[in-house]
Design a binder for this molecule. Structure first.
Ligand code: ADP
Ligand code: MG
Length: 325
């Protein structure tokens, strides 16, 4: 086992592009640009709870940072800096850390993020990132701004990550090219930073989908003290496919709300970003957090829960899985 300091020097010390003082001192120094607010968020991935023990190290490195970048996207912020705290067993091979770091820095490079510090300790595998982003003062997207009559939009194709996980766990068999697409959605999520930035001044509320479309929309509804009507945009028969769309987690798409007058602008944005943006419902008056679901013909769907059996218990990622945080 190399020393803690060898590990840090070898794997986690890189040049920075916009940092006053990075890895190597007791603290890092950063200077936000004038007129910008800092947005700060933390997310942790724990083996057995958030990822399968045999997850490819490079994919895991990517995902460790990507799930944090997604929170910046959901705030309409530009990710800028990150710290990385890791626990790894005493015998992670050099190769494993090398692969992890390659995936992590691929994501950092993709989104222009400087790694400016962290902590390195021995223990069961866990990875915790704190990310800092910048947003023009007063322009951050919050969960609390949805207004009655607003459209509800979702980016991409929610549910793919849950289907990829179901495939990897042998709960279903996906044929190519769907298999590759869904497994990639699970292992290499693409945070929607460009979308989040473009939604400043357009969206009234936003959130990223980490726990499932209905569950995360529910957070917008509660924060905004409104209800919603949602139309299922996939076949409404009770299949794994439908349940993944409604409540599969881990996609890191954005759910956002905007007044109907902005439909044309948002459709044009979808074209510019080459990213599907789909209207899936409407914000309504009613008890805060309530969601009325219906199919394409407007028939109500009798679904009681926002998380489904398919995606609650089977999402355990180890034989002795602990409950999700
Ligand atoms: P301290 O004892 O003062 O907390 P450490 O010995 O833990 O400092 O870390 C030394 C330097 O390396 C610090 O700048 C810290 O932020 C950085 N660092 C430690 N672990 C990591 C890591 N996994 N990734 C990036 N930087 C790290
Ligand atoms: Mg330390």
């Amino acid at each position: 086992m190399p020393s803690e300091f060898e590990l840090i020097a070898r794997y986690f010390t890189r040049g920075t592009t916009h940092t006053t003082l990075g890895v190597g001192d007791d603290g890092a120094l950063i200077t936000p640009a004038p007129g910008q607010e800092l947005v700060i968020s933390t997310d942790m991935l724990v083996e057995g709870t958030h990822f399968l023990p045999d997850t490819d190290a490079e994919d895991l490195g990517w995902k460790t940072l990507a799930v944090n970048v997604s929170d910046m996207a959901a705030m309409g912020a530009r990710p800028r800096w990150a710290t990385l705290a890791i626990a790894v067993p005493p015998t992670p091979t050099f190769e494993w850390l090398d692969d992890f770091a390659r995936g992590f820095f691929a994501c950092a490079d993709e989104f222009g993020i400087d790694l400016i510090g962290g902590d390195t300790t021995r223990g069961p595998r866990a990875f915790c990132v704190t990310i800092l982003g910048e947003v023009a003062a007063g322009q951050a997207l919050r969960r609390s701004g949805a207004g009655i009559g607003d459209d509800i939009w979702v980016s991409g194709q929610p549910g793919r990550a849950a289907l990829g996980l179901a495939h990897l766990q042998g709960r279903m068999v996906l044929a190519e090219p769907r298999r590759a697409e869904c497994v990639a959605a699970l292992q290499r999520p693409q945070p929607r930073v460009a979308l989040g930035l473009a939604l400043q001044g357009l969206a009234t509320a936003a959130i990223d989908v980490s726990d499932g479309l209905l569950a995360d929309l529910g957070h917008i509804l509660e924060a905004s003290r409104v209800a919603a009507s949602v139309q299922v945009a996939v076949p409404s028969a009770p299949t794994l496919e439908r349940d993944a769309w409604l409540s599969g987690g881990d996609d890191y798409e954005l759910v956002f709300t905007a007044p109907p007058a902005r439909r044309n602008v948002i459709d044009a944005l979808a074209g510019r970003l080459q990213l599907a943006l789909t209207r899936v419902g409407t914000i309504a008056a009613g008890s805060a957090g309530a969601i009325a679901l219906h199919d394409a013909e407007g028939h109500p769907l009798a679904i009681q829960r926002r998380g489904y059996d398919h995606f609650i218990s089977p999402v355990d990622m180890s034989p002795d899985a602990s409950p999700d945080a």
